[in-house]
Design a protein around this ligand. Structure first.
Ligand code: USQ
Length: 394
Protein backbone atom coordinates (compact mmCIF):
# COMPACT_ATOMS: atom_id res chain seq x y z
CA UNK A 1 0.00 0.00 0.00
CA UNK A 2 1.18 3.43 -0.97
CA UNK A 3 0.49 6.13 1.59
CA UNK A 4 1.13 9.86 1.40
CA UNK A 5 1.45 11.91 4.59
CA UNK A 6 0.98 15.65 4.19
CA UNK A 7 2.62 17.50 7.08
CA UNK A 8 5.09 14.69 7.76
CA UNK A 9 7.46 16.75 9.91
CA UNK A 10 4.93 17.73 12.58
CA UNK A 11 4.04 16.40 16.03
CA UNK A 12 1.68 13.81 14.52
CA UNK A 13 3.15 13.47 11.03
CA UNK A 14 6.55 11.97 11.78
CA UNK A 15 5.31 9.31 14.27
CA UNK A 16 2.58 8.40 11.75
CA UNK A 17 5.19 7.98 9.01
CA UNK A 18 7.29 5.60 11.13
CA UNK A 19 4.16 3.68 12.23
CA UNK A 20 3.03 2.93 8.68
CA UNK A 21 6.57 2.35 7.40
CA UNK A 22 7.11 -0.22 10.15
CA UNK A 23 3.96 -2.03 9.01
CA UNK A 24 5.20 -2.47 5.47
CA UNK A 25 3.53 0.49 3.74
CA UNK A 26 5.36 2.58 1.13
CA UNK A 27 5.40 5.98 2.82
CA UNK A 28 6.03 9.41 1.33
CA UNK A 29 6.06 12.47 3.60
CA UNK A 30 5.69 16.08 2.52
CA UNK A 31 6.39 19.17 4.60
CA UNK A 32 7.59 22.76 4.24
CA UNK A 33 9.04 22.94 7.79
CA UNK A 34 6.29 25.39 8.77
CA UNK A 35 6.27 24.33 12.42
CA UNK A 36 10.02 24.54 12.90
CA UNK A 37 10.25 27.88 11.16
CA UNK A 38 7.34 29.28 13.20
CA UNK A 39 9.03 28.11 16.42
CA UNK A 40 12.22 29.91 15.40
CA UNK A 41 10.37 33.04 14.29
CA UNK A 42 8.34 33.25 17.49
CA UNK A 43 11.31 32.12 19.63
CA UNK A 44 9.22 29.59 21.57
CA UNK A 45 11.80 26.83 22.04
CA UNK A 46 11.33 23.05 21.98
CA UNK A 47 12.11 20.45 24.62
CA UNK A 48 14.90 18.88 22.57
CA UNK A 49 16.42 19.44 19.14
CA UNK A 50 14.97 17.34 16.34
CA UNK A 51 16.91 16.38 13.17
CA UNK A 52 15.48 17.63 9.88
CA UNK A 53 12.94 15.47 8.08
CA UNK A 54 15.57 14.34 5.59
CA UNK A 55 17.97 13.47 8.42
CA UNK A 56 15.25 11.54 10.23
CA UNK A 57 14.38 9.56 7.10
CA UNK A 58 18.06 8.65 6.75
CA UNK A 59 18.32 7.62 10.43
CA UNK A 60 15.15 5.55 10.04
CA UNK A 61 16.63 3.82 7.01
CA UNK A 62 19.96 3.14 8.74
CA UNK A 63 18.23 1.62 11.77
CA UNK A 64 15.40 -0.32 10.12
CA UNK A 65 16.38 -0.73 6.46
CA UNK A 66 13.03 0.88 5.54
CA UNK A 67 12.55 3.85 3.27
CA UNK A 68 10.39 6.93 3.95
CA UNK A 69 10.50 9.15 0.85
CA UNK A 70 10.73 12.88 1.64
CA UNK A 71 9.40 15.84 -0.31
CA UNK A 72 10.16 19.32 1.02
CA UNK A 73 7.59 21.62 -0.51
CA UNK A 74 4.72 24.00 0.18
CA UNK A 75 1.38 22.29 -0.38
CA UNK A 76 -0.46 25.60 -0.55
CA UNK A 77 1.18 25.78 -4.00
CA UNK A 78 -1.19 23.73 -6.20
CA UNK A 79 1.64 22.54 -8.45
CA UNK A 80 3.45 20.95 -5.51
CA UNK A 81 0.24 19.17 -4.48
CA UNK A 82 -0.53 18.04 -8.03
CA UNK A 83 2.98 16.69 -8.60
CA UNK A 84 2.32 14.08 -5.90
CA UNK A 85 -0.46 12.62 -8.04
CA UNK A 86 0.75 13.34 -11.58
CA UNK A 87 4.13 11.67 -11.11
CA UNK A 88 6.22 14.81 -11.58
CA UNK A 89 7.14 14.95 -7.88
CA UNK A 90 10.70 15.87 -6.93
CA UNK A 91 11.90 13.94 -3.90
CA UNK A 92 14.26 15.72 -1.52
CA UNK A 93 15.39 12.34 -0.28
CA UNK A 94 14.59 8.81 -1.44
CA UNK A 95 16.59 5.64 -2.06
CA UNK A 96 14.74 5.20 -5.31
CA UNK A 97 13.46 8.40 -6.88
CA UNK A 98 11.01 6.62 -9.15
CA UNK A 99 7.37 7.73 -8.63
CA UNK A 100 5.54 5.15 -6.56
CA UNK A 101 2.24 5.73 -8.32
CA UNK A 102 -0.93 7.40 -7.10
CA UNK A 103 -1.33 6.88 -3.34
CA UNK A 104 -4.21 4.69 -2.14
CA UNK A 105 -4.41 6.78 1.04
CA UNK A 106 -3.54 10.37 1.88
CA UNK A 107 -3.27 11.46 5.51
CA UNK A 108 -3.74 15.22 5.66
CA UNK A 109 -2.05 16.89 8.64
CA UNK A 110 -0.57 19.80 6.68
CA UNK A 111 -2.15 22.62 8.64
CA UNK A 112 -1.22 25.34 11.05
CA UNK A 113 -2.44 23.60 14.24
CA UNK A 114 -2.39 26.24 16.96
CA UNK A 115 -5.32 28.30 18.24
CA UNK A 116 -3.10 30.94 19.93
CA UNK A 117 -0.92 31.27 16.78
CA UNK A 118 -4.02 32.08 14.73
CA UNK A 119 -4.86 34.95 17.07
CA UNK A 120 -1.46 36.61 17.62
CA UNK A 121 -2.50 39.30 15.14
CA UNK A 122 -4.03 39.71 11.65
CA UNK A 123 -0.83 38.48 9.98
CA UNK A 124 -0.84 35.12 11.74
CA UNK A 125 -4.60 34.87 11.29
CA UNK A 126 -4.08 35.25 7.54
CA UNK A 127 -1.24 32.71 7.44
CA UNK A 128 -3.55 30.23 9.19
CA UNK A 129 -6.45 30.88 6.85
CA UNK A 130 -4.38 30.83 3.69
CA UNK A 131 -2.31 27.79 4.51
CA UNK A 132 -5.06 25.59 5.90
CA UNK A 133 -7.72 26.36 3.31
CA UNK A 134 -5.45 26.35 0.27
CA UNK A 135 -3.83 23.05 1.21
CA UNK A 136 -7.20 21.39 1.68
CA UNK A 137 -8.63 22.87 -1.51
CA UNK A 138 -5.51 21.94 -3.50
CA UNK A 139 -5.90 18.38 -2.25
CA UNK A 140 -9.57 18.25 -3.25
CA UNK A 141 -8.81 19.43 -6.80
CA UNK A 142 -5.81 17.09 -7.16
CA UNK A 143 -8.10 14.20 -6.23
CA UNK A 144 -10.84 15.39 -8.57
CA UNK A 145 -8.38 15.58 -11.46
CA UNK A 146 -6.11 12.58 -10.82
CA UNK A 147 -7.58 10.07 -8.39
CA UNK A 148 -11.16 10.02 -7.12
CA UNK A 149 -10.63 6.62 -5.50
CA UNK A 150 -7.89 7.70 -3.09
CA UNK A 151 -9.05 7.66 0.54
CA UNK A 152 -8.32 10.86 2.46
CA UNK A 153 -7.88 10.77 6.22
CA UNK A 154 -8.04 14.34 7.47
CA UNK A 155 -7.36 15.53 11.00
CA UNK A 156 -10.17 17.79 12.06
CA UNK A 157 -10.77 18.91 15.61
CA UNK A 158 -13.34 18.47 18.36
CA UNK A 159 -13.12 22.26 18.60
CA UNK A 160 -15.32 22.47 15.49
CA UNK A 161 -18.30 21.62 17.67
CA UNK A 162 -17.38 24.05 20.45
CA UNK A 163 -19.11 23.38 23.76
CA UNK A 164 -22.84 23.20 22.96
CA UNK A 165 -25.40 22.62 25.65
CA UNK A 166 -26.52 19.36 24.00
CA UNK A 167 -24.85 15.97 23.39
CA UNK A 168 -22.31 15.93 20.54
CA UNK A 169 -22.71 13.12 17.98
CA UNK A 170 -20.01 11.94 15.56
CA UNK A 171 -20.30 14.60 12.90
CA UNK A 172 -23.92 14.35 11.81
CA UNK A 173 -27.29 15.22 13.28
CA UNK A 174 -30.78 14.32 12.11
CA UNK A 175 -33.15 17.26 12.17
CA UNK A 176 -36.91 16.97 12.04
CA UNK A 177 -38.93 20.04 11.02
CA UNK A 178 -42.57 20.42 10.06
CA UNK A 179 -42.97 16.66 9.81
CA UNK A 180 -39.95 16.09 7.51
CA UNK A 181 -36.43 15.03 8.45
CA UNK A 182 -32.93 15.12 7.00
CA UNK A 183 -29.32 14.60 8.13
CA UNK A 184 -26.90 17.53 8.35
CA UNK A 185 -23.45 18.32 9.67
CA UNK A 186 -23.77 19.03 13.39
CA UNK A 187 -23.79 22.81 14.01
CA UNK A 188 -20.28 24.14 14.37
CA UNK A 189 -19.12 27.06 16.51
CA UNK A 190 -15.36 27.30 16.86
CA UNK A 191 -13.50 29.10 19.65
CA UNK A 192 -10.52 30.28 17.57
CA UNK A 193 -9.64 31.19 14.00
CA UNK A 194 -7.56 28.03 13.76
CA UNK A 195 -10.59 25.96 14.75
CA UNK A 196 -12.67 27.97 12.27
CA UNK A 197 -10.36 26.87 9.44
CA UNK A 198 -11.11 23.27 10.39
CA UNK A 199 -14.83 23.97 10.01
CA UNK A 200 -14.09 25.46 6.60
CA UNK A 201 -12.03 22.36 5.74
CA UNK A 202 -15.03 20.22 6.56
CA UNK A 203 -17.17 22.33 4.25
CA UNK A 204 -14.61 22.08 1.42
CA UNK A 205 -14.37 18.32 1.86
CA UNK A 206 -18.13 17.82 2.10
CA UNK A 207 -18.57 19.83 -1.10
CA UNK A 208 -15.92 17.68 -2.86
CA UNK A 209 -17.55 14.48 -1.62
CA UNK A 210 -20.97 15.58 -2.90
CA UNK A 211 -19.67 16.82 -6.26
CA UNK A 212 -16.97 14.30 -7.13
CA UNK A 213 -17.77 11.20 -5.08
CA UNK A 214 -14.51 11.37 -3.15
CA UNK A 215 -13.99 9.16 -0.10
CA UNK A 216 -12.99 11.04 3.04
CA UNK A 217 -12.64 10.26 6.74
CA UNK A 218 -12.52 13.31 8.99
CA UNK A 219 -11.14 12.64 12.46
CA UNK A 220 -12.34 15.15 15.04
CA UNK A 221 -9.37 15.05 17.33
CA UNK A 222 -8.99 16.43 20.84
CA UNK A 223 -5.72 17.72 22.33
CA UNK A 224 -3.01 15.04 22.09
CA UNK A 225 -0.36 14.27 24.74
CA UNK A 226 2.86 12.28 24.84
CA UNK A 227 6.24 12.27 23.14
CA UNK A 228 7.20 8.62 22.79
CA UNK A 229 5.91 5.97 20.41
CA UNK A 230 7.15 2.38 20.00
CA UNK A 231 9.00 3.35 16.85
CA UNK A 232 10.82 6.31 18.41
CA UNK A 233 12.03 4.18 21.32
CA UNK A 234 14.72 2.64 19.13
CA UNK A 235 16.63 5.94 18.95
CA UNK A 236 16.12 9.30 20.71
CA UNK A 237 16.73 11.11 17.43
CA UNK A 238 13.45 9.68 16.12
CA UNK A 239 11.34 11.39 18.81
CA UNK A 240 8.69 13.73 17.55
CA UNK A 241 8.79 17.52 17.81
CA UNK A 242 7.69 18.42 21.34
CA UNK A 243 6.49 21.88 22.36
CA UNK A 244 5.63 23.06 25.84
CA UNK A 245 5.24 26.77 25.05
CA UNK A 246 1.99 28.71 24.98
CA UNK A 247 1.71 28.65 21.18
CA UNK A 248 2.32 25.06 20.13
CA UNK A 249 2.24 23.12 23.43
CA UNK A 250 -0.98 21.34 24.38
CA UNK A 251 -2.15 21.37 27.97
CA UNK A 252 -0.94 17.98 29.28
CA UNK A 253 2.47 18.33 27.64
CA UNK A 254 2.73 21.84 29.07
CA UNK A 255 1.72 20.88 32.61
CA UNK A 256 4.29 18.05 32.73
CA UNK A 257 7.12 20.36 31.75
CA UNK A 258 5.90 23.12 34.08
CA UNK A 259 5.89 20.68 37.01
CA UNK A 260 9.50 19.76 36.37
CA UNK A 261 10.78 23.34 36.46
CA UNK A 262 8.72 24.35 39.48
CA UNK A 263 6.43 26.62 37.43
CA UNK A 264 2.92 26.72 38.95
CA UNK A 265 0.56 24.92 36.54
CA UNK A 266 -1.15 27.45 34.29
CA UNK A 267 -4.83 26.61 34.61
CA UNK A 268 -6.70 29.24 32.57
CA UNK A 269 -9.53 30.86 34.50
CA UNK A 270 -11.81 28.65 36.59
CA UNK A 271 -10.44 25.49 34.95
CA UNK A 272 -13.81 23.86 34.29
CA UNK A 273 -13.10 23.82 30.51
CA UNK A 274 -13.58 20.19 29.51
CA UNK A 275 -12.10 18.58 26.40
CA UNK A 276 -11.58 15.07 25.04
CA UNK A 277 -7.96 13.89 25.12
CA UNK A 278 -5.90 11.16 23.53
CA UNK A 279 -2.45 9.65 23.65
CA UNK A 280 -0.13 10.20 20.69
CA UNK A 281 -0.04 6.42 20.22
CA UNK A 282 -3.81 6.39 19.75
CA UNK A 283 -3.62 9.00 16.99
CA UNK A 284 -1.50 6.50 15.07
CA UNK A 285 -3.87 3.63 15.77
CA UNK A 286 -6.86 5.73 14.70
CA UNK A 287 -5.21 6.64 11.39
CA UNK A 288 -4.33 2.99 10.84
CA UNK A 289 -7.82 1.64 11.57
CA UNK A 290 -9.37 4.37 9.40
CA UNK A 291 -6.98 3.37 6.60
CA UNK A 292 -7.91 -0.31 6.92
CA UNK A 293 -11.65 0.41 6.68
CA UNK A 294 -11.84 3.29 4.18
CA UNK A 295 -14.85 5.55 3.69
CA UNK A 296 -17.10 4.62 0.76
CA UNK A 297 -17.17 6.58 -2.48
CA UNK A 298 -19.26 9.69 -1.90
CA UNK A 299 -18.97 9.39 1.89
CA UNK A 300 -17.69 11.95 4.36
CA UNK A 301 -17.23 9.73 7.40
CA UNK A 302 -16.69 11.52 10.69
CA UNK A 303 -15.32 10.04 13.92
CA UNK A 304 -14.68 11.81 17.20
CA UNK A 305 -11.06 11.00 18.00
CA UNK A 306 -10.85 11.21 21.78
CA UNK A 307 -10.50 8.52 24.41
CA UNK A 308 -11.59 10.26 27.64
CA UNK A 309 -12.60 13.71 28.85
CA UNK A 310 -11.07 15.92 31.54
CA UNK A 311 -11.42 19.46 32.77
CA UNK A 312 -8.28 21.61 33.03
CA UNK A 313 -8.61 21.35 36.83
CA UNK A 314 -8.70 17.55 36.71
CA UNK A 315 -5.57 17.51 34.56
CA UNK A 316 -3.76 19.87 36.91
CA UNK A 317 -4.66 17.69 39.89
CA UNK A 318 -3.43 14.56 38.09
CA UNK A 319 -0.12 16.16 37.14
CA UNK A 320 0.25 17.48 40.68
CA UNK A 321 -0.34 14.02 42.18
CA UNK A 322 2.05 12.25 39.83
CA UNK A 323 4.64 15.04 40.19
CA UNK A 324 4.51 14.78 43.99
CA UNK A 325 5.12 11.03 43.75
CA UNK A 326 8.22 11.85 41.67
CA UNK A 327 9.48 14.29 44.31
CA UNK A 328 8.25 17.56 42.77
CA UNK A 329 6.40 20.16 44.82
CA UNK A 330 3.82 20.98 42.12
CA UNK A 331 1.70 24.10 42.63
CA UNK A 332 -1.45 24.98 40.72
CA UNK A 333 -2.20 28.53 39.63
CA UNK A 334 -5.39 29.95 38.14
CA UNK A 335 -4.33 32.69 35.78
CA UNK A 336 -6.67 35.08 34.01
CA UNK A 337 -7.92 33.21 30.95
CA UNK A 338 -6.25 34.63 27.82
CA UNK A 339 -8.90 32.87 25.70
CA UNK A 340 -12.56 33.59 25.25
CA UNK A 341 -14.15 30.27 26.17
CA UNK A 342 -16.72 28.83 28.58
CA UNK A 343 -15.01 27.88 31.84
CA UNK A 344 -17.99 25.89 33.14
CA UNK A 345 -20.15 24.06 30.62
CA UNK A 346 -21.98 20.87 29.64
CA UNK A 347 -19.83 18.46 27.60
CA UNK A 348 -21.01 15.08 26.40
CA UNK A 349 -19.50 13.93 23.10
CA UNK A 350 -19.95 10.45 21.63
CA UNK A 351 -16.68 8.66 20.76
CA UNK A 352 -17.52 5.12 19.80
CA UNK A 353 -16.88 4.92 16.04
CA UNK A 354 -13.13 4.40 16.21
CA UNK A 355 -13.45 1.77 18.94
CA UNK A 356 -15.97 -0.02 16.70
CA UNK A 357 -13.39 -0.25 13.89
CA UNK A 358 -10.76 -1.71 16.20
CA UNK A 359 -8.93 1.06 18.08
CA UNK A 360 -7.82 0.00 21.57
CA UNK A 361 -7.57 3.10 23.75
CA UNK A 362 -4.61 4.00 25.94
CA UNK A 363 -5.67 6.07 28.94
CA UNK A 364 -3.97 8.86 30.86
CA UNK A 365 -2.90 6.72 33.81
CA UNK A 366 -0.46 7.84 36.50
CA UNK A 367 2.05 5.47 34.91
CA UNK A 368 1.72 7.13 31.50
CA UNK A 369 2.17 10.57 33.05
CA UNK A 370 5.17 9.36 35.05
CA UNK A 371 6.70 8.15 31.77
CA UNK A 372 6.28 11.65 30.32
CA UNK A 373 7.94 13.12 33.41
CA UNK A 374 10.89 10.79 32.91
CA UNK A 375 11.54 11.83 29.31
CA UNK A 376 11.02 15.54 30.07
CA UNK A 377 13.41 15.34 33.04
CA UNK A 378 16.20 14.22 30.72
CA UNK A 379 15.94 17.56 28.97
CA UNK A 380 15.29 19.71 32.05
CA UNK A 381 18.23 22.01 31.29
CA UNK A 382 16.63 22.93 27.92
CA UNK A 383 13.36 24.13 29.45
CA UNK A 384 12.82 27.88 29.10
CA UNK A 385 10.45 29.38 31.63
CA UNK A 386 10.08 32.57 29.58
CA UNK A 387 8.15 30.79 26.80
CA UNK A 388 5.61 29.08 29.06
CA UNK A 389 3.23 32.01 29.21
CA UNK A 390 3.44 35.16 27.12
CA UNK A 391 -0.27 36.00 27.16
CA UNK A 392 -1.68 35.78 23.63
CA UNK A 393 -5.22 37.03 24.08
CA UNK A 394 -8.28 36.40 21.93
N1 USQ B 1 -5.48 25.36 28.89
C1 USQ B 1 -5.18 25.76 30.18
N2 USQ B 1 -3.88 26.04 30.46
C2 USQ B 1 -2.88 25.93 29.55
C3 USQ B 1 -3.18 25.52 28.24
C4 USQ B 1 -4.50 25.24 27.94
O1 USQ B 1 -6.05 25.85 31.04
O2 USQ B 1 -1.72 26.21 29.89
C5 USQ B 1 -6.86 25.02 28.53
C6 USQ B 1 -7.38 25.85 27.36
O3 USQ B 1 -7.93 27.07 27.81
C7 USQ B 1 -8.36 24.91 26.70
C8 USQ B 1 -7.82 23.52 27.00
O4 USQ B 1 -6.90 23.69 28.07
O5 USQ B 1 -9.62 25.03 27.30
C9 USQ B 1 -7.11 22.87 25.85
O6 USQ B 1 -6.11 23.73 25.36
P1 USQ B 1 -4.90 23.23 24.47
O7 USQ B 1 -3.97 24.39 24.27
O8 USQ B 1 -4.33 21.96 25.03
O9 USQ B 1 -5.62 22.80 23.12
P2 USQ B 1 -6.34 23.66 21.99
O10 USQ B 1 -5.91 25.06 21.94
O11 USQ B 1 -7.80 23.41 22.10
O12 USQ B 1 -5.77 22.99 20.67
C10 USQ B 1 -5.22 21.66 20.66
C11 USQ B 1 -4.37 21.50 19.42
C12 USQ B 1 -5.24 21.63 18.19
C13 USQ B 1 -6.40 20.65 18.28
C14 USQ B 1 -7.18 20.87 19.56
C15 USQ B 1 -8.27 19.86 19.78
O13 USQ B 1 -3.33 22.46 19.41
O14 USQ B 1 -4.46 21.39 17.03
O15 USQ B 1 -7.25 20.81 17.20
O16 USQ B 1 -6.28 20.73 20.67
S1 USQ B 1 -9.67 20.54 20.61
O17 USQ B 1 -9.24 21.21 21.81
O18 USQ B 1 -10.56 19.43 20.92
O19 USQ B 1 -10.29 21.47 19.70
Amino acid sequence: MNILILGGDGYLGWPTAMYFSNRGYDVTVVDNYFRRNACTELDVGMLYPVPTLVERAKIWHELTGKEIKVVIGDLSDPEVMRSLFSGTVEYSWALDRKFLGIPETVIHYAEQPSAPYSLINYKYANITLTNNLLVTNNLMFALRDFSRDTHVIHIGTMGEYGTPNIDIPEGWIQIQRNGRKDTFLFPRQAGSLYHTTKIMDTDLMWFAVRMWDLRITDLMQGPVYGMETKDSMIDDRLRTIFNYDEVFGTIINRFTVQAIVDYPLTVYGKGGQTRGYLNLNDTLQCAHMAEKTPAQKGELRIFNQIMETFSANQLAEKVQRVGKAQGYDVKIDHIENPRKEAEEHYYNPTYQGLIDIGVEPHYLTDEVLAGMFQVAETYKSNIRKDVIFKGITW
